[in-house]
Ligand binder design. Structure first.
Ligand code: SF4
Ligand code: SF4
Length: 368
């Protein structure tokens, strides 16, 4: 397993985590086996916005004994009073639900208490008015909630809530479909979405990725908006390459699902390569580096994806990106303008010129 660190909380988070959307439909035996297996394989992060109430008991039974080694994001606003998922902004309901979730999970604390699924600013107002936010803040004050997070499908709403400074973790729907304005939650332009990811990286806010396969649509050529099926591994790599992303949370139902996901660490680079998306890039995203490194190898040894990422992050105000850039053995100023990256980039980035721009930018900031 590979891990990434949330810079605000110092939590070490597995890059593949557990989305629990439909595990509630599994038998108790299948679910407990799957969760125990995931834990044994080093998965330590789980989302608990699930389709049904049974999931919480499954987690309690499977992982109650190793609770301290797991990190849970629990949603203040997911309501399971009927047994199925519901959404609420009512503080009193949320209080009852959180008490019940803690008991089912066999725990007395929550790693990340999430402001749950706020897609519109009016929902955020209702969340505050209904007492939901006050309850979450109170739980944080009492130490029951260690950190606050938020989930949304909308970059504009994410901005409004992140501006409060409350959230250390953002759950956001990231996949090539949504980033290219295809699919149910394709909110915001490519640039707006990428700016959100960069902001999170710059401010140390971790992103946990929901819907990495667009609800499975991207995995089937009949439902893929690109008329071509992508693999799970292309989608996971795509999400992990985005700034700020710490973990991807695909849904699982049984051990085989977990095994299939973990093959991500065994497959070849070619199987993770998503450069085919270059053919589907909309005009407003064309020419924007997605840090895929398909243009490697640079004859001078420049890690093109990485210098692009540090450049974008530094411009977004991330001073750590400047020091990371300064720590590179080979920097953009080593470019000999051979043109290889231009000829290889599937996303139509004029990288040769951009590498020069990057070298100038960091030189102006004192890079040697
Ligand atoms: S320049 Fe193109 S190929 Fe190279 S990392 Fe950026 S998007 Fe990928
Ligand atoms: S143009 Fe510069 S950055 Fe691009 S491959 Fe050639 S040397 Fe490397």
């Amino acid at each position: 397993m590979e891990y990434r660190i949330n810079r605000r909380t110092n939590d070490r988070i597995s890059v593949i985590g557990l989305g629990t959307s439909y595990i509630s439909d599994s038998s108790e035996k299948d679910a407990i086996e799957a969760l125990a297996y995931a834990y044994e394989q080093g998965i330590n992060y789980a989302d608990l916005a699930t389709a049904g109430a049974k999931t919480f008991g499954y987690y309690g039974k499977a992982l109650g004994d190793v609770r301290k080694e797991m990190l849970y994001q629990v949603h203040f606003g997911a309501n399971y009073e009927t047994g199925a998922y519901g959404w609420t902004t009512k503080g009193e309901v949320i209080k009852r639900q959180v008490d019940w979730m803690l008991s089912e999970l066999k725990t007395d604390y929550i790693d990340y208490g999430f402001i749950h699924c706020i897609d519109e600013v009016k929902d955020w107002e209702a969340y505050k008015k209904g007492g939901a936010l006050d309850f979450l803040l109170d739980m944080k004050k009492q130490g029951v909630v260690r950190h606050i997070g938020m989930s949304t499908h909308n970059p504009a709403t994410a901005k409004v809530i992140l501006d409060t400074g409350l959230a250390d973790q953002l759950m956001f729907s990231i996949n090539p479909g949504y980033d290219y304005q295809q699919g149910e939650y394709a909110n915001g332009s490519s640039d707006e979405r990428l700016s959100l990811y960069r902001r999170c990286e710059a401010e140390g806010i971790g992103i946990s990725v929901m819907k990495p396969f667009s609800g499975g649509q991207l995995l089937d050529e009949k439902t893929s908006p690109f008329k071509r099926a992508l693999t799970r591994y292309q989608c996971i790599q795509y999400a992990l390459d985005k700034p700020g992303v710490l973990t991807v949370l695909p849904g699982i139902r049984n051990v085989q699902d977990v095994k299939d996901l973990l093959r991500f660490f065994e497959v070849s680079e070619e199987e993770r390569d998503y450069s085919c998306l270059g053919d589907f890039t909309p005009s407003d995203a064309s020419g924007i580096c997605v840090y895929c490194n398909h243009c490697q190898p640079c004859p001078m040894g420049i890690n093109v994806g990485l210098v692009n990422k540090y450049f974008d992050l530094a411009k977004a105000g991330d001073d750590m990106a400047v020091s990371h850039y300064n720590g590179l053995c080979v920097k953009a100023d080593a470019c000999v303008r051979c043109g290889h990256c231009d000829s290889r980039c599937p996303f139509h980035v004029k990288q040769m010129d951009r590498t020069g721009e990057i070298a100038e930018y960091f030189k102006a900031r004192g890079s040697m």
